[in-house]
Design a binder for this molecule. Sequence first.
Ligand code: URA
Length: 236
Amino acid sequence: MTRLDRYLSERENITRKEAKALIKAGKVKIDRETVLLSEYKLDEEASEVSIGERIIRYEKFVYIVMNKPSGVVCASEDKRDKTVFDILPEKLKRKGLFTAGRLDKDTTGLLIITNDGALSHRLLSPKHHVKKQYYIEGEGEAAENACERIKEGLSLGSLKLKPGELNIISSENEKTKALLTITEGKFHQVKRMMYEIGVEVTCLKRISFGNITLPEDLKEGQARLMSETEIKMLKA
Ligand code: URA
C-alpha cells in the first residue's frame, strides 16, 4: 500500500504539492472512480490509475517469469518447504497469483506466475497442445526405439499419453542427456516417461513453455515481469 500523493509524485516525477493539487482538483481516478484524498492508500490490486484521460497505470493482470530453483515447491503455502511465492521479490508479490502448472520440488527452470486465470487455463488445456520442452539428465541408456515410442504416444499403465518428441543428446556409459517436448502436464510426466524408456531422471529443467524460452539472463531463483513482447508471445 502506498499513499496516493506519494505514488503520483514518484510515478510522474512531480512534487508532493503538485500531486496533492491534482488530487484535490478531482483529476485523479482509481479504477475509474475519482479519489479526492491525498492520503488514500493505493492498493496493489487496483487495476487502473489515471490523471484526466491519461492512464498512468493499468495492471489488471501480471505475468511473471521465474527461473525456478531446486528445493522450492509450486504451492500457495507449505508447512515444510519454501514456495515459489516466498522467493518472489517483494515488488512482484500480490494477492491472487498462481503458477501456470507445476514443477516438482527438484525441477528447475521456466515457471510462469500470473493472476490471469483464463490465460493459464488456455496454456494448460491439453486441447491447445501448448508445447513444453525439458532438458534432462539421467542414469541409464535410452531404449533403441525410445524416440519412436514417444512419438507414437507412450502408455504409462492404463494412461495413454499424447505424442511427444524426444531428442537424445547423448546416451552412453549408463548416462543420458536429452530434450523432451510434451503437450500435457500429468503428474511427474517427464520422469515417468523417461523411466519407461530406461532412464532415471537425475536433473530436470524446463527450458520452454509455448513460445517462451527461459531467459538467459535469469539466474536460478530470479524472477521478473515479462516484457510486453513476451506477453504477446505467450498469448499467441
Ligand atoms: N515432469 C516431471 O516429471 N516433473 C516436472 O517437474 C515437470 C514435468
